[in-house]
Design a protein around this ligand. Structure first.
Ligand code: HCA
Length: 405
């Protein structure tokens, strides 16, 4: 079964502290169009937006994006408003043209006490009443209902609520709002909900406070969850949620059917797109990144020059990372130095001389000034050796040999 990714880059993503760190605060309409376009190209068909009452700007941008999306795909796309389960928010969303609702109500004891002051009994009663009439008026509307902070809400309390409203919704959610879920608990709860409500699909939203968001998402998928929330770079409140491309990579590794119809080669470009919007490098923790094909230690570099699979287990070029990177630096060994001087600087150099140069290069203490790039330092050392440069024909001088042999 294909897993449907629910993109929330434009909702939870804009709640990320990185928006502040990058002085961006919010995506502008061009950013949003580029993001949505790239995600549609990848194959995402579900997009979550703020509830229209969050701000006029978000409201206006949604209207423009809704029109824009129709110009880029003929396929059905579900545009979800992330709304509190109250009549006013729902009404505004429907008037604006959303064709899906991601409704939520905080159900943990903390939420009952400090967020809204409503008891579980009342949450169930209020929500069931709203949903029943919503379903009557809009028989085809995509409706998801979630107990927010599910993993700090006792499962019996979730069942009490979902028992009363499952017949009115398409999807029941299980957000791990503060990132406390563990894989065992995810598997257990998914199975309880699956068995209790066979007519509803399930959706998960995992925060990364313990670094488990992607792992929990995979466990959810393996246990039968159809919809998983994610965002580019995993942008979301605090340390975020599952990153779209990390999720696709892991779903792919687990079971090819999960990623049926997704254009995986667009994964790295979408991470670079976010980098260009935020003016930041793709995070080094992103699995689908050039960093993940970058090698610094001598032993690694030598092996990778011969066969990159020695230190690259995942086929990241299938995810759009089309090249790898070997960084000349203080940990490089003579193999890379010989390679660099022969193939890139065109010097005639024996292995013995390369070894001597490597020794000097590794022992230099000048690596940490910005002015001295490792390449400059190396060439300074090389000057003393009076090496001869090969003169290459013009047409060859730009086509670099990428292997030692
Ligand atoms: C929030 C909380 C939320 C909602 C997730 C959901 C969470 O930012 O309002 O409704 O699926 O993690 O619970 O992101």
């Amino acid at each position: 079964m294909r897993i449907e990714l629910i993109d929330t880059t434009l909702r939870d993503g804009q709640q990320s502290p990185l928006m502040f760190d990058s002085n961006k605060y919010r995506f502008n309409i061009e950013d949003k169009k580029n993001i949505v376009h790239a995600l549609i190209d990848i194959g995402v068909r579900y997009f979550e937006f703020f509830s229209p009452n969050v701000s006029e700007l978000e409201r206006d941008d949604f209207l423009e994006l809704k029109e824009y999306i129709h110009t880029i795909t003929m396929e059905p796309v579900t545009l979800l408003a992330h709304c509190r389960c109250n009549e006013e928010d729902i009404q505004q969303a429907l008037e604006l043209g959303f064709n899906g609702l991601n409704l939520y109500y905080g159900t943990s004891e903390l939420s009952q006490k400090y967020n809204h002051g409503t008891s579980l009994v009342d949450i169930a009663k209020i929500s069931a009443k709203i949903l029943e009439s919503l379903r009557q008026t809009y028989p085809d509307l995509y409706i998801r209902y979630s107990c927010e902070d599910s993993f700090r809400t006792e499962i019996k309390d979730i069942l009490t609520i979902y028992d009363q409203l499952n017949q009115f919704v398409n999807v029941l959610g299980m957000p791990d709002t503060v990132g406390v879920a563990t894989p065992d608990e995810v598997a257990k709860r998914v199975n309880i909900l699956k068995n209790s409500y066979p007519n509803c699909d399930l959706e998960c939203h995992f925060h990364n406070d313990r670094g488990l968001a992607v792992y929990n998402s995979i466990v959810a998928a393996k246990n039968g969850v159809k919809y998983i929330d994610c965002s580019i770079w995993g942008l979301a409140e605090r340390s975020g949620i599952s990153s779209t491309t990390a999720l696709l990579l892991n779903l792919f590794e687990e079971n090819r059917e999960y990623v049926d119809g997704y254009k995986l080669t667009d994964c790295y470009p979408i991470n670079v797109l976010m980098g260009s919007i935020l003016k930041l490098q793709v995070p080094y923790t992103e699995p689908v990144s050039l960093t993940n094909r970058t090698h610094t230690a001598g032993v690694h570099q030598k092996a990778v020059l011969n066969n990159s699979e020695v230190y690259e287990a995942h086929n990241l070029s299938a995810f759009g990372v089309n090249r790898n990177s070997i960084l000349l630096g203080p940990l490089s060994g003579w193999n890379l130095i010989a390679y660099y001087l022969r193939e890139i600087e065109n010097f005639e150099i024996s292995n013995e001389v390369a070894k001597q140069i490597a020794k000097e290069f590794k022992n230099t203490r000048e690596f940490n000034t910005k002015l001295n790039s490792p390449e400059k330092l190396l060439l300074k050392i090389v000057e003393k050796y009076n090496l001869v440069k090969r003169i290459l024909p013009q047409n060859l001088s730009t086509s670099r040999l990428e292997k030692l042999d």
